[in-house]
Design a protein around this ligand. Structure first.
Ligand code: ATP
Length: 289
């Protein structure tokens, strides 16, 4: 695998507020000076549907950043463009200082992702599935890497079982192992604890925090679980109708909105934006009540 390059501290011209614009006027150097992921004017249309509406944001290097929003807000579409699975209609994406759209082949070895919506071949065993991914990423000593992940994520007993015969929670843990097989420096997770029982979900969260601490990796996760977001995210991007409508640290947002929890902040933003849309405004900007 290529060495991770040092991200240059240059920012794109961003049209909306957020770290990308603060980068230009230099007010939040700690947050924005050296982002792991920089998105500028990113848009995606599916025919007449605007799934992502020219968003600009930065994901701080080494952070756990949450991408939040209601159903259909544009989270999965945004993650898919970052992974090169969907071509944007507009904008640019820089990952670890490299242009994703121009230099995809350089960027992809540094990244990985997991999603409950992406299945692995059902008839292959767990080990066969993970071996394919280990080979795709040219992982050295793939057997040992798979054994380590299976032990760490507690599915060693499942390695010989066909993937299709696993329970939903077992599949989630194997998908997480698939996402970690190449020791990614940028890890994109869609609902990482979906289908996990509360105890296993908490254990996976601890595991992700340890992975971040030990490797310095950046984790961007889409989640509907606000308790999870409060527990592990340093930074949050709130999406609605394809736009970033607010962002900040969970505790900062809770204070800004005068609420007790991220769940309440989420509802506040969702309802405020709903009212703004009904009255003809776009509701963006995230001013607290
Ligand atoms: N392939 C597609 N063709 C047409 N429209 C699409 C396609 N994929 C997504 N969309 C639309 O784009 C919008 C954003 O969808 P997306 O899946 O990104 O939302 P999301 O925030 O991930 O939602 P959820 O929380 O429900 O998973 C939705 O209106 C959706 O219907």
């Amino acid at each position: 695998m290529d060495a991770i390059p040092h991200t240059r501290a240059a920012g794109p011209s961003a049209s909306r507020s957020g770290p990308a614009s603060r980068l230009r006027d230099g007010h939040s150097p700690d947050l924005a000076a050296d982002p792991a992921i920089l998105v500028a004017g990113l848009g995606k249309r599916f025919g007449t549907v605007v799934a992502v509406d020219e968003v600009s944001f930065a994901v701080p290097r080494g952070s756990v950043t949450g991408l939040l929003g209601g159903n259909g807000a544009g989270k999965t579409t945004t993650l898919s463009m970052m992974l090169g699975l969907l071509l944007p209609s507009a904008g640019r994406i820089e990952i670890l200082g490299t242009d994703m759209l121009r230099d995809r082949h350089r960027v992809l070895p540094w990244m990985n992702f997991s999603s409950p919506y992406v299945d692995l071949p059902h008839r292959l065993t767990v080990r066969q599935n993970l071996t394919i991914y280990a080979e795709l990423y040219s992982v050295p000593k793939p057997r040992a890497r798979i054994d380590d992940l299976a032990r760490e994520l507690d599915f060693a007993a499942l390695l010989g079982r066909p993937f299709g015969k696993l329970s939903a929670g077992q599949k989630t843990r194997v998908s997480l192992a698939k996402a970690l097989i190449n020791r990614p420096m940028a890890l994109l997770l869609d609902e990482p604890t979906a289908s996990l029982d509360p105890d296993t979900a908490e254990w996976v969260r601890d595991w992700l925090l340890r992975y971040r601490r030990e490797t310095g990796a950046t984790i961007l996760l889409a989640s509907h679980n606000m308790t999870e977001v409060e527990r592990i995210c340093d930074h949050v991007l709130m999406m609605r109708q394809g736009r970033i409508v607010d962002e900040g640290a969970p505790q900062g947002l809770i204070a800004k909105y005068g609420r007790q929890t991220m769940e309440e902040v989420f509802l506040d933003i969702a309802r405020r934006q709903g009212r703004a849309a009904e009255s003809g405004g776009d509701g963006a900007g995230g001013d607290a009540a």
